[in-house]
Design a binder for this molecule. Structure first.
Ligand code: GLU
Length: 428
């Protein structure tokens, strides 16, 4: 099954369980708009290469559509649509005034020169200029895109529109209207909700051994903050492989080393002296199946599925990636009593601070870092509590509870235009 069909089937299953109106669910089975465009790029050797880009505005019942743009060789239109559906749920659960959207380009960005990357990013924005807009659809970074790329895209949009419009895109460099705290926001958000869950489970951070799959922006920040609280990060992976050490890694040293060497190696730092820390090299698949207390998939979708779900040993999974567990694995994990803190909450910190950035752009007034962090904490705490309440009251797993909260909010917005009952009886 493709990833979009999988996302829709989960949405329907959880939506029906939550008593969501069938008309509403039907509306959410199709994206409002998906645009696929050819992106011609002049390469450094003078040749023109055509890349393919997509942008999906999934549902705008609660506001302009919102979501990142991904650069990855595996990008497909179905993946973009699935990610846009998840953004719709995520924004609703966080109670920010957005619908869901997503974009992507099928490309290996590591194979492009910086100048080719700039031309590709500008080409994407030229193709999508009528799709996006501060009150219509607002992109942001995602896998393998970053603040600089957002800055190029904002600049291209503003050149075409002949006016400054910083609210067209979020995750920009601070100098171009970006928000303080946006770079760490996804990881910090994941950390904050993990901490809330830890309180419910009476965890003592010192006893918790963590395996982290994916050491990109989100993975690094969540590991850094958990490590600072005393959690032991015993396994970390990137796209080239994984490392394991029972003693636990020093996250900052690992990150520094990865920045310098562009790969993950186990380093141990004392003061400024770094030496190799004893570690075992394992595969990404082995990392997922480690006997740890907390598993954090923070890379790509579908890594936990029907083929490996029964071998997962961690009693708690925090989904920092979007869609790392496919819908077929939900029931298997549930049978094993594994608790999943779902992506639509665990990685919502990024889009919440994107929302703050957009508010600041529209107000023309920049907030301080502490204000951003405090409001992020408040927003996520409320979303967590709402999810937890449904989890307890209705006796359903956390993902079901999160979808119930989000879908009920979207459903109310859609129903405010009138339901079948209203149009038949003039009331309702
Ligand atoms: N790409 C991030 C996500 O999947 C952030 C989206 C945004 O900030 O709009 O949530």
């Amino acid at each position: 099954m493709d990833v979009f069909k999988d996302a829709v089937s989960r949405l329907n299953r959880l939506g029906m369980e939550a008593g969501i109106d069938l008309e509403v669910l039907q509306t959410l089975n199709y994206p409002e708009q998906t645009v696929t465009a050819a992106l011609p790029v002049r390469m450094d050797n003078g040749r023109t290469e055509i890349f393919v880009g997509h942008r999906c505005r999934f549902n705008s019942a609660l506001g302009p559509t919102k979501g990142g743009i991904r650069y990855h060789p595996g990008v497909t239109v179905e993946e973009v649509q699935a990610l846009a559906l998840w953004m719709t749920i995520k924004c609703s659960l966080a109670n920010i005034p957005y619908g869901g959207g997503k974009g992507g380009v099928t490309v290996d960005p590591k194979s492009l020169s910086p100048m080719e990357l700039e031309r590709l990013s500008r080409s994407y924005m030229r193709a999508m200029v009528d799709v996006v807009g501060p009150c219509r659809d607002i992109p942001a970074p995602d896998v393998y895109t970053n603040a600089r790329i957002m800055g190029w895209m904002a600049d291209e949009y503003e050149r075409i529109k002949r006016q400054k419009e910083p609210g067209v895109i979020t995750g920009k460099p601070i100098e171009l209207g970006g928000s303080l705290g946006r770079d760490e926001a996804t990881g910090r958000g994941a950390y904050l909700v993990t901490r809330q869950l830890a309180q419910k489970l009476n965890w003592n951070p010192g006893d918790i051994r963590v395996a982290l799959q994916g050491f990109g922006n989100a993975g690094y920040h969540v590991a850094r903050l958990l490590h600072a609280d005393g959690y032991r990060i015993v396994a970390v992976s990137d796209s080239q492989g994984a490392i394991y050490s029972e003693k636990g890694f020093d996250v900052e040293s690992l990150y520094k080393y990865k920045q310098e060497q562009r790969k993950l190696e186990a380093v141990y730092c004392e003061g400024s002296v770094c030496s190799l820390q004893e570690h075992q090299r394992i595969s990404n698949e082995e990392l997922l199946e480690l006997d740890v207390d907390l598993l954090i998939p923070a890379a790509l979708e579908g890594v936990i599925n029907e083929s490996n779900a029964s071998r997962i040993k961690a009693p708690v999974i925090v989904e920092v990636a979007n869609g790392p567990i496919d819908s077929g694995a939900d029931a298997l994990l549930e049978q094993q009593g594994i608790q999943v803190l779902p992506d639509v909450l665990a990685n919502a910190g990024g889009v919440v601070v994107s929302y703050f950035e957009w508010v600041q752009n529209r107000q023309g007034w920049a907030w301080g870092l502490e204000q951003v962090r405090e409001r992020l904490q408040e927003t996520l705490a409320e979303a967590f509590d709402n999810m937890w309440q449904v989890h307890k009251d209705e006796g359903v797993p956390l993902r079901n509870a999160a979808y119930a909260v989000a879908l009920r909010r979207i459903s109310k917005a859609i129903s405010s235009h009138g339901t079948q009952e209203y149009f038949q009886n003039g009331e309702g």
